[in-house]
Structures are given as structure tokens and as C-alpha cells.
Ligand binder design. Structure first.
Ligand SMILES: Nc1ncnc2c1ncn2[C@@H]1O[C@H](COP(=O)(O)OP(=O)(O)OP(=O)(O)O)[C@@H](O)[C@H]1O
Length: 362
């Protein structure tokens, strides 16, 4: 089933510092699908951008999740689902994806919703489910497992599982039986994530964060096994180091972040132009996101923007970037195996784990 990836735009309210600096809002929601960017002098122009949904500064977390909820059902039905947030540093990506305990974002809401769907389907007696989760960050060039105590040498490598699906070798997958347990896992991973204060955001994410929730359903009548996965990806923010006033280690981080986002932009450009070769291998971020962009996953991208006049150039760039992303098509596929194939896959996975352990000991 071929279809374009969905792109939602969300812009936050003006921040305190922006208000103090005399910033005015330059983003205005025109209708449910359109946003106008009114650039101040010297441009003094207005440009309209259209998306699959537009959420303005007064949109609630609940409203935003309402438009994403169908994707939770898709994961239970055996699809790989990716929701990712892109945008300038401080634009509201982490707020959208994770939020706070008082005002939870997509991840905690998706977790609640997932278990409601699973309980309902289990109640019908035809399927039994198992859920696992892993959480990684891509910090500079390193893939770090956030569910184990960090050790400097603990970088994970990527393996190709075929069909453009990459997996993180040896990542710790936690079995999950309740929403509370999954939220605790999320909190554990968030605690270990790299963040730092910059002039643009008091708690800026310095890494790309990926939470993957794997849902396996055994269908009793047909003995089929259905695999779905929800990946929630909070990208580190694009920034102009001059403006965010970073130096030293933070400058190095910013350069690496910009490099990875450029690689992501190159993949999106190649896909939107229908190029024969897509430069997925230029960066680990694009390798990790291969199935989500031009692959078989159902993908939703948020473009988060600051509404402030002083950020209008960054907002223009993000909105143009997101407009291009709308042209990316995926060939969405459902993952289902017969019981025997599922069993063989498990045997192969166990054998390769044993081999890895042996290689490590050797
Ligand atoms: N929709 C919103 N409503 C109210 N406050 C918001 C909203 N979006 C973001 N904020 C606030 O704006 C600030 C920056 O948001 P956030 O940390 O989510 O940005 P970010 O895009 O993840 O930044 P970075 O890329 O630097 O990590 C935070 O204080 C957050 O609480």
C-alpha cells in the first residue's frame, strides 16, 4: 500500500524570554491544514504552507494525540509505525513527544492507549500479546543503549535485517506487561539522555532519542504471529551555533547534530525527487530511519516551530523542509508470519546472540 508520509505542523506559544525581547508571533493558523508565516522587515512578506494538520500555540497535548491515535491501532495490527519530531532547537519537539508529568505528550499517551487496545483485543479471546521496548540515543556518532548503565565502550552497532530494516545489535529489550512499567522504562531512559542548557533552550536535547515499542500478537485460530512496532523519535534540534551561543564541547555537539540533520535532509530530497540512489548510508541517523522514510513503515512527522519574529528564518527553513518531506512515499507493509516461520526466526535470533557472546569471549 503506497502512500505519502503524513506531516503535522505545531507551533508553540511565545516563550518568556521571547516576550521580554519584544518578539511578536509570526505564525498564524489559517485553517486546520494551513499555516501562514509573516516575515518581518526586511522581507515583509507572507507565505502559506499546507500540511496534513496544523496545531497552533493553544492546541492541547490531548488534541495533538487525538490525531495520532490511529497509529497505535496500526502497530497492534502489525505495522511498523514511526512518529518523529523535527525542528529548530527550543521549538517544542520534546514537549510534543514526551511532555511533562503534568502535561504528558505523545509517548505516555501512546503507551496508555496501546495497553487499552491490547486489553480489549485480549478480552475478545482471539489473540495473545507480548510487548517489549528498547530505548537508544544517537549522541554524536555513537548509538547508546539508554536502558543499561552507560559505559564508555558500550556503543552499539547497526545490522541490516533486510528490506531496509536496520536493527541495533545487542540492544537491551525490556519485556513489558503494563503501562506503568513502560512509563518507568521511559523515565529511566530519559534520565540518561544527553541534555544541556543553551541560550535557546534551558534543557536542550543534544542527541536523537528513539523509543521503540515492539508488539507481538499470536493469533489463536490461524496460528499466525503478527509483529508491530511503534518508534517515537525526538530529534535533536537544528541550530545556528552563533545564535545559541555554544562553545567547546557543546559546539562540537551542535556541529554533529547539524551534520546528521543535513544527512536526513539529503535523504528526504533524494526520495522526493525519485532518485535511484538514496544516501541512507551517509549517517547512522538515516540508517536508523531507513524504514520510516521511503520504507515500509507508516510515518508521521511533526515539524515544530517557534512563533517568534526573531526565529522567522529558522521557521521558514523548517517549513520548507517539512513541505519536501510530505512528498516522500512509503510502501506500507504488514508484518505477519506463520507460526513455523516465527519459530525459525526466533531460533536464528538466539543462535546469532550466542555467536555474538562467543565472539566477545574470544
Ligand atoms: N505547545 C507548547 N505549549 C507550551 N509550552 C511549550 C510548548 N512547546 C514547547 N514548550 C516549551 O518550550 C520550551 C522548549 O521546548 P522543548 O524543550 O520541547 O524544545 P525542543 O524542540 O525539544 O528543543 P531542543 O531541540 O533544544 O531539545 C520548553 O520549556 C517547553 O516546555
Amino acid at each position: 500500500m503506497k502512500g505519502n508520509i503524513r506531516v503535522f505542523c505545531r507551533f508553540r506559544p511565545l516563550g518568556k524570554r521571547e516576550q521580554e525581547n519584544g518578539d511578536i508571533p509570526v505564525l498564524h493558523k489559517a485553517d486546520a491544514f494551513s499555516v501562514d508565516l509573516q516575515r518581518p522587515a526586511p522581507h515583509n512578506d507572507s507565505r502559506r504552507f499546507e500540511f496534513d494538520a496544523v496545531f497552533s500555540s493553544d492546541s492541547s497535548q490531548e488534541e495533538v494525540f487525538g490525531d495520532c491515535q490511529d497509529l497505535v491501532q496500526s502497530a497492534v495490527d502489525g505495522y511498523n509505525v514511526t512518529i518523529f519530531a523535527y525542528g529548530q532547537t527550543g521549538a517544542g519537539k520534546t514537549h510534543t513527544m514526551y511532555g511533562t508529568s503534568e502535561n504528558p505528550g505523545l509517548a505516555p499517551r501512546a503507551i496508555e492507549s496501546l495497553f487499552r487496545v491490547i486489553r480489549r483485543e485480549e478480552g475478545q479471546g482471539r489473540k495473545s500479546f507480548s510487548v517489549k521496548a528498547y530505548m537508544i540515543e544517537l549522541y554524536k556518532q555513537d548509538i547508546i543503549d539508554l536502558l543499561v548503565e552507560a559505559r564508555p565502550k558500550d556503543q552499539k552497532s547497526l545490522q541490516d535485517a533486510g528490506r531496509g530494516i536496520m536493527f541495533v545489535e545487542g540492544v537491551s529489550e525490556r519485556p513489558i506487561t503494563s503501562p506503568e512499567q513502560l512509563k518507568a522504562v521511559l523515565a529511566e531512559g530519559e534520565r540518561r539522555r544527553h541534555t544541556a542548557a543553551t541560550a535557546m533552550n534551558s534543557s536542550s536535547s543534544r542527541s536523537h532519542l528513539l523509543l521503540s515499542i515492539i508488539v507481538e500478537a499470536a493469533v489463536k485460530d490461524t496460528e499466525q504471529v503478527i509483529y508491530g512496532k511503534i518508534t517515537l523519535c525526538d530529534l535533536a534540534g537544528s541550530e545556528r551555533p552563533k545564535k545559541s551561543e555554544v562553545s567547546g564541547e557543546a559546539l562540537k555537539e551542535a556541529i554533529e547534530i547539524n551534520k546528521s540533520l543535513t544527512a536526513l535532509g539529503d535523504v528526504i530530497e533524494a526520495l522526493s525527487k525519485g532518485s535511484k540512489t538514496i544516501p541512507y548510508r551517509n549517517h547512522k541517523l538515516t540508517m536508523l530511519m531507513q524504514d520510516s522514510l521511503g520504507g515500509s513503515a507508516k510515518t508521521l512527522m511533526f515539524v515544530n516551530c517557534s512563533p517568534a519574529s526573531s526565529n522567522s528564518e529558522e521557521s521558514m527553513m523548517s517549513l520548507k523542509w517539512a513541505t519536501r518531506a510530505k512528498q516522500v512515499t512509503n510502501d506500507v507493509k504488514r508484518n505477519a508470519d506463520s507460526k513455523e516461520v516465527a519459530r525459525l526466526k526466533q531460533v536464528i535470533a538466539l543462535m546469532s546472540q550466542a555467536q555474538n557472546a562467543q565472539d566477545l569471549r574470544a
